[in-house]
Design a protein around this ligand. Structure first.
Ligand code: FE2
Length: 438
């Protein structure tokens, strides 16, 4: 569909490393040396700081970047409210929190001319965006590249493509995300999504809380799970466009729009730590049991948004990537359980090893706080009888947004045509096998 964009995407180079203090300049000499805000910034650029954390947060949590741009971000007209479409924001109050296990098919095809922002469809979430707590689960579908520019003051966006490639033009430069990759756009960073295929679809976790970070590794040691160096940040690239550009700003749950007289993607050089990234989920170093039992899925955490309580995440992003199962005397699929945490699961490709059918790429399931779930009957029967040879699970890529607070659905998710009406049936027919010994 967009051959030039694909050519651009496939030729991109990146900077390697999560949480690093990176720097980049698209024009030699654009980045000041030895200071952030010289009396006159190089090349006639404006210096501007973008703070992703409070100035005084501890060093390990402090995120900020310095941008050297053609015009300062302050040079814009007033924003005016515009239609929120199918985008919703916490607090979610349209429905009563639902204890039922719920599952959806993929979103229907979008109307012609739907861009990424228009194609965002909110399933639900928790917390309160204005309090910077909690998260939202969105799905997206689009068939048109954005002409406008978007930024989200309410949270960072973890974009999980399921169908079709994306070229993300950000203030910091360009990122390429295909299904199997994730893209992380920090709070407040402006970007435009161009499509590399005719139709795209996927998931978005909007994290209102503390920025995602790599999980602690504890006894695992210094290596394992997602490697910091596999997160790739863009190199500086800028647009020098004079002319009307629509900029949409999501602020405390509403979309606001303004027409600038230039592109705000005009950053010629930058340095800092408040940065977008792409990460290839297939690079995840999957760890698991080499003796017995199925580890808790926290072993698959890619990124975590911590809260004030150690170990209790606002949201964890967890991937179920190809792996070997070798446990002896072990029921190898995910076990039956009830969880104080709430789990939204999606499927990027293939199948998931706890569900024989009905959980399809582009669909998703919600197992809210303390709801009982686990393998379906077919999976239980098969895994209980399977010969326990080493087994490669390599036919799917699933993920989970797991959060400490129960999720409340939007009205559109609760009454969606694509909500499966008979999800409970997958646990019907689990027969009693109990019998006294004799
Ligand atoms: Fe679970």
């Amino acid at each position: 569909m967009n051959g030039d964009a694909r050519k651009t995407a496939e030729a991109l180079t990146y900077l390697s490393g999560f949480g690093n203090e990176h720097s980049s300049e698209a024009v030699p000499g654009a980045l000041p040396i030895g200071r952030n805000s010289p009396q006159r910034a190089p090349l006639g650029l404006y210096a501007e700081q973008l703070s992703g954390s409070a100035f005084t947060e501890p060093r390990e949590r402090n995120r900020r970047s310095w941008l050297y741009r053609i015009r300062p971000s302050a040079a814009h007209p007033a924003f005016a409210r515009t239609d929120n479409g199918t985008l919703r924001t916490a607090p979610f109050t349209q429905t009563a929190p639902d204890p039922n296990r719920l599952r959806w098919n993929p979103l229907p095809e979008p109307e012609p001319g739907t861009d990424f922002v228009r194609g965002l469809w909110t399933l639900g979430g928790n917390g309160d965006a204005a309090q910077r707590t909690g998260m939202a689960v969105h799905l997206y579908h689009a068939n048109s590249s954005m002409k406008r520019v978007f930024s989200d003051a309410d949270g960072e966006l973890l974009i999980v493509p399921e169908r079709g490639g994306l070229l993300l033009r950000t203030e910091f430069g360009l990122l390429h995300a295909e299904p199997g990759h994730v893209a992380l756009i920090p709070r407040g960073v402006r970007f435009r999504v161009e499509l590399l295929d005719d139709a795209v679809r996927g998931y978005v976790c909007e994290n209102y809380g503390a920025p995602f970070q790599l999980p602690e590794l504890g006894p695992i040691g210094a290596n394992g799970l997602a490697a910091a160096r596999d997160f790739r940040a863009p190199v500086a690239a800028y647009e020098d466009v004079e002319g009307p550009v629509e900029v949409v700003n999501k602020f405390c749950g509403n979309l606001w729009t303004a027409t600038y007289d230039h592109s705000p993607l005009d950053v010629v050089a930058w340095h800092g730590s408040h940065l977008p990234y792409v990460y290839d989920l297939r690079r995840f170093n999957v760890l698991g049991s080499i003796s017995y039992d199925h580890p808790d899925p926290s072993i698959f955490t890619v990124l975590t948004s911590p809260t004030d309580t150690p170990g209790l995440a606002g949201v964890d992003f967890v991937v179920f990537a190809p792996r070997w199962l070798v446990g002896e005397d072990t029921f190898r699929p995910p076990y039956f359980h009830r969880n104080v945490m709430s789990e939204y699961m999606g499927l990027i490709e293939g199948a998931y090893d706890a569900k024989a059918e009905g959980f399809v790429p582009g669909g998703g399931s919600l197992h809210n706080m303390m709801s009982a779930h686990g393998p379906d009957r077919e999976t239980f029967d098969r895994a209980s009888a399977a010969e326990l040879r080493p087994q490669k699970v390599d036919d799917g890529l699933a993920f989970m947004f797991e959060t400490r607070w129960p999720m409340t659905l939007t009205a559109q998710a609760a009454r969606a045509e694509h909500l499966q009406r008979a999800y409970d049936d997958v646990w019907q027919g689990l027969e009693r096998h109990f019998g006294p010994l004799h």
